[in-house]
Design a protein around this ligand. Sequence first.
Ligand SMILES: [Zn+2]
Length: 65
Amino acid sequence: MERCIYCNSIMFGENETKRDKSYNFFNTCPTCKSIYEGTKDKNDKVLKSRWWNSQKQQFESANNY
Ligand SMILES: [Zn+2]
């Protein structure tokens, strides 16, 4: 479960498993419409991630993008 870094709401999440057992995750905030997306490996380690700031309309806090 992820919490929005902008407004602290609990986010809605979707996962898409890939062939190598890593997976893409995509979380949306129902309150401020920000997005947290990225890729994790099979042990839930974040390989890359980024936040979409809905107020600034830009990505920030990107890691390995
Ligand atoms: Zn939010």
